[in-house]
Design a protein around this ligand. Structure first.
Ligand code: PGA
Length: 219
């Protein structure tokens, strides 16, 4: 089983998302072996939910959520608001840690709120110093130098990182950082359970090509 996660970040208008979707829907042939998780910006979650709900092995995720549960916190989007719309949430992405000054404490609150509302958190780690909440089942290794740079991490180092985490329970290990249709084959081995794509998820054709490579590798 592979997980293929699209992180659109702060990209795509409603109209652009519709164009992406129409290509995707025409060309996506689901596989029981590859779970696709699309993480659009908040305002696009509901329209995508409506349009994708009948497609198999396809899920929605959020890119973040509030560390507040609810109340007078203008502008926040809470876990509770997302219940029923998404199954996954990316937490602790290095862009959140860097540009929005998210601390380990904030990240931990978000992870706990996700669990409270039955949303599966995908915790992003930059390096071995980042803290891991022991409840987490999905870990994404995303070395900052590799994000959006075209300089993907050496697959051997990705596996070394996983081993050094020294996590005793079974968990899902994702790699993210400049994965594209040209280099994805280098990562297809039993130690890596999935991929978090930023740039290469924005183009539906490339995204489908990557999906098809994963699908084919598991046949
Ligand atoms: P990238 O982004 O694929 O553009 O490197 C990955 C990520 O930030 O999750």
């Amino acid at each position: 089983m592979y997980y293929l996660i699209a992180n659109w970040k702060a990209n795509k208008s409603f109209q652009e998302a519709n164009l992406w979707l129409s290509y995707f829907k025409k060309n996506y042939q689901p596989s029981k072996n590859v779970k696709v998780i699309i993480c659009p910006p908040f305002p696009l979650i509901y329209p995508l939910f409506e349009k994708l709900k009948k497609i198999s092995n396809l899920f929605l995720g959020a890119q973040d959520l509030s560390f507040y549960e609810e109340g007078s916190f203008t502008g926040e989007v809470t876990a509770k608001m997302l219940v029923g719309l998404i199954n996954y949430v990316i937490i602790g992405h290095s862009e959140r840690r860097t540009f929005f000054h998210e601390t380990e404490e904030i990240i931990d609150k978000k992870v706990n709120l996700a669990f409270k509302y039955s949303i599966e958190p995908i915790l992003c780690l930059r390096n071995l110093n980042d803290k891991i909440n022991p409840k987490v089942n999905f870990i994404a290794y995303e070395p900052p130098f590799a994000i959006g740079s075209g300089k993907n991490e050496d697959p051997k180092k990705v596996i070394e990182f996983k081993k050094k985490l020294n996590i005793k329970k079974k968990f899902t290990f994702i790699y993210g950082g400049s994965v594209n249709e040209k280099n994805i084959n280098n990562y297809l081995n039993s130690e890596i359970d999935g991929f978090l794509l930023g740039t290469s998820s924005l183009n539906p054709e490339e995204f489908i090509n990557i999906f098809n490579k994963l699908k084919k590798s598991l046949k």
